[in-house]
Design a protein around this ligand. Sequence first.
Ligand SMILES: [Zn+2]
Ligand SMILES: [Zn+2]
Ligand SMILES: [Zn+2]
Length: 286
Amino acid sequence: MGHNSRCAEATRPGCRCTGCGGAQHGWQGTFTIAAEPTGRRAREFADDREKDWQNKPKSLTVAQAAVGCALADIVGWLHREKALLEGAQEVTRPFDRRKDDPERGRLLREIENRLGPDRTKMFQGWAVDVHFWCELLAQAAHALESLRRVYRHGLQAVDVLLARARETAERLVLQVVDEHLGQPPGLGRQEVQTVIRLATGSLFETLPLAVRGALGADAIFEFIWPVRVLAVVMCKDPSKHEAVCQYCLDPICVFTRAKVRTEVRDRLLENLKREWLPLTAELSQQ
Ligand SMILES: [Zn+2]
Ligand SMILES: [Zn+2]
Ligand SMILES: [Zn+2]
């Protein structure tokens, strides 16, 4: 099935879009809701997710309804912090094919050039199935976070940091593919590695756009948040995706600026795997 507005504007779990492989899932709609200046649409979105929780439709699991409530808080956060929304939109650049801007969607075009249309389609069918694109974002956030811990010990140049983040993310994603996701039908490991390399390259290229100028290396780590937010919004079902929970949803839940409500954290802890939300679990015990 080709990518369409039902995928781009999805607000409930599930995606079978082989057109985008899940890379354009959900965020267009979510960011439009968050960007509405009065906050009316963000509040409506939150009300709908609360209704899903209070009076759960059969099509949702309790865990999915709980994640919906967290998404409502994330939409609220995107609405309050314009810089976060802009940052998250910046991170979508490699995946976005809507605009005529030649930079937008370059990654997807490069993949098509390398794999050809048929194998790209097979790759994207596999990608949506195994959560490939949200996994990639989650691992990128994880790579940046590990780097941030090391970075405290000394100053480093921006491009050195970015090159290391990229290498780390690439290695992590390849490891997940080898150990958990398996190969897409009709494609070899080498080709998967090529896609991963192109993708991490594009993703980390979007970072300097935001930090270019006099901001310095610390600004790179500010970028962890838009990457995390995009991973949670893009993921067709975070309740079933360990890396998105652990590296993105969990830190967001305990981040003061995100203002995720206590009751939402409790709903998540009661209905998702607790070990996927270690920081949230720790906070609830204090
Ligand atoms: Zn799609
Ligand atoms: Zn979709
Ligand atoms: Zn996912």
